[in-house]
Ligand binder design. Structure first.
Ligand code: IMP
Length: 193
């Protein structure tokens, strides 16, 4: 089965490829001459995932999916949430985002947070949503050098280490994105038996 994934990020592509397994060929927007940034202007992760998947479907008429992820911090009323990539500004700077998060969490007793990924699959024109969540907490200072984004500040529950202190396979196994993709894969396998 051939399916388009709304990403140009080689790392995400190989991660999803590994979870889907044999029998699926992932294509990217570039394979269909879609080189512009796909719009994501909605106020929710669900809205953005649907917007990106719809955009691809409208342009290609093919089966496709898109994901959107956010870090939701309880003490910050769910921020940075859908604005995770540009929390500290439109330059999408991971370090600046982490510095701002540490500042906004100063003195907060409730450190609970979660990463949430939403995937929107469009199959034969019909939409299906899948969600993956990992619960954890935000620490006061950054630890670790693996991963990206907020990984140095996030400790998934029951692990005692930040995502940035874990080898990629260990993170992928328990991560929000990994869990959402597992659900997508289970659904695709169930209909392609
Ligand atoms: P995207 O929807 O996958 O592009 O993620 C949006 C933003 O959420 C990224 O720019 C990162 O700031 C953050 N983010 C997403 N996934 C992760 C992760 O696995 N670790 C740390 N930060 C992440």
């Amino acid at each position: 089965m051939e399916i388009i994934f709304a990403t140009n990020n080689a790392h995400k592509l190989s991660e999803v490829n590994a979870i889907l397994g044999e029998g699926y060929t992932l294509r990217t927007p570039r394979d269909f001459d879609i080189t512009e940034d796909i719009p994501e202007t909605q106020q929710t992760l669900e809205g953005n995932a649907r917007q990106k998947a719809r955009y691809l479907y409208d342009r290609t008429g093919r089966d496709c999916f898109a994901d959107d992820t956010g870090l939701e911090v309880e003490a910050l009323d769910g921020a940075p949430g859908v604005r995770s990539a540009r929390y500290a500004g439109d330059q999408h700077d991971f370090d600046a985002n982490n510095v701002l998060l540490m500042k906004n969490m100063e003195g907060k007793e409730n450190r609970r947070a979660r990463f949430r990924t939403v995937i929107c699959l469009i199959l034969g024109g019909e939409e299906h949503l899948f969600e993956g969540i990992v619960e954890g907490e935000i620490i006061a200072t950054m630890r670790g050098t693996e991963g990206f984004g907020y990984d140095p500040l996030f400790i998934p529950e029951h692990t005692g280490r930040t995502f940035a202190e874990m080898p990629p396979e260990e993170k992928n196994h328990i991560s929000h994105r990994g869990r959402a993709v597992e659900k997508l894969a289970a659904y695709l396998h169930s209909i392609n038996k």
